[in-house]
Design a protein around this ligand. Structure first.
Ligand code: SF4
Length: 369
């Protein structure tokens, strides 16, 4: 990703920088002052006090209006494992959100961001949902997880791809569409939309809006069961927006965008790993408008997801076998690479520990990630 150089920009992205920009214009301050301020924060300033290029009375006015800083996230806790780093950020309002950085051996990294503090959709396999929704994250809070200074020291530079697979249902937060605009605008995030993946459990109206606004963004729809009754037990949203409705949207999307689209399948021992499940899942893909553009991403259930304690992780060999049998039926399928088993890298766990509402045995997580 090209590091954003707001210095070059005529207009700031929506969010607090836009407010600062407007505020300075209201004071009739020369435009280079805004650039000095942005550059100082890019270079490591933590508060307005650190922006020494600005006259002290202007710094004081900014503090009176915005508080000590424009930085929306502060690092509260970090857990590091092999190829993965999980960071718990605290927002200015005190909400806690998690971000996971995965480092690939090829020398680049990817960041998995949260879109909500908590989640209101109550999927039965995910303890983030069990904690309920605290609030949607702002555009600033979403984008800051991607361009945070913490990642700038990475050997391969800033993250090359972004997955909206952390805490929360991305499509339940309208700020996500604006965040995508910011992240893909040259000079701000500067990311190719093809390097961004948005995962959803199936909020059909918002999925339609996303496919229209950002047709090149990669989409992942959580399936987890091909049977409506069972899927509704795993993902209650099925009752409002059935899988078939979401798949119909993706059928139209792949015809228009010609982009490969992913169907996530969380494999849970004894729950959705039977021959009947496999056959129905294969038929579901074969019925698609362009089956070759649908790829099944099989995810091994992990106790770190913190769901119903009766849920069990299948043996790794069972996951490989499930994938192989899908392949034999002509279905494009792979096992999703999961980093961080050594640190329970499912999103939401650090937050749950920080809130003290879940014990180590029952951490929160979003198995879409
Ligand atoms: S799986 Fe995603 S949508 Fe479902 S409760 Fe967890 S965070 Fe929310």
């Amino acid at each position: 990703m090209r590091r954003s150089t707001l210095h070059e920009l005529s207009l700031p992205p929506p969010g607090i920088l836009a407010e600062v920009h407007t505020f300075l214009r209201g004071l009739h301050v020369p435009s280079y002052r805004y650039h000095q301020l942005v550059t100082a924060f890019q270079r490591g300033a933590q508060t307005f006090h650190d922006v020494r290029d600005l006259p002290s009375d202007l710094r004081q006015q900014l503090i009176s209006r915005f508080g000590l800083t424009v930085l929306p996230l502060e690092v509260e806790a970090v857990r590091t494992g092999e190829q993965v780093e999980k960071v718990l950020f605290r927002t200015r309002s005190g909400a806690r959100v998690e971000t996971v950085l995965s480092r690939y051996r090829a020398g680049w990294s990817s960041v998995c961001v949260s879109t909500q503090a908590g989640c209101g959709l109550a999927c039965s396999f995910c303890a983030t949902g069990a904690l309920g929704l605290e609030r949607n994250l702002s555009v600033d809070e979403i984008c800051a997880q991607v361009v945070h200074r913490r990642w700038s020291a990475e050997p391969g530079g800033a993250p090359k791809s972004v997955a909206f697979m952390g805490m929360g249902e991305a499509l339940a937060n309208p700020n996500v569409l604006t965040a995508l605009n910011v992240l893909t605008t040259p000079g701000y995030g500067g990311l190719s939309p093809r390097r961004i993946t948005v995962s959803t459990v199936g909020l059909a109206p918002a999925l339609t809006a996303l496919t229209e606004a950002h047709p090149q963004v990669t989409l992942t729809l959580s399936v987890h069961s091909p049977f409506p009754e069972q899927r509704a037990q795993l993902i209650p949203l099925e009752r409002r927006f059935p899988l078939e409705e979401n798949l119909a949207i993706l059928d139209r999307h792949v015809l228009r965008a010609r982009r490969k689209t992913y169907l996530a399948y969380l494999l849970i021992e004894g729950i959705n790993d039977s021959e009947a499940h496999l056959g129905a899942l294969a038929r579901l893909v074969q019925r698609r408008s362009r089956p070759e553009l649908f790829h099944v991403s099989v995810i091994r259930y992990n106790a770190a997801f913190g769901a119903d304690p009766s849920f069990r992780a299948p043996a790794p060999s069972k996951v490989d076998d499930f994938v192989a049998r899908l392949n034999r039926q002509g279905i494009g399928a792979t096992r999703r690479q999961q980093f961080g088993a050594d640190i329970d890298a499912a999103c939401g766990q650090l937050r749950a520990e920080s809130l003290g509402r879940l014990g180590r045995r029952r951490p929160a997580g979003d198995p879409q990630a």
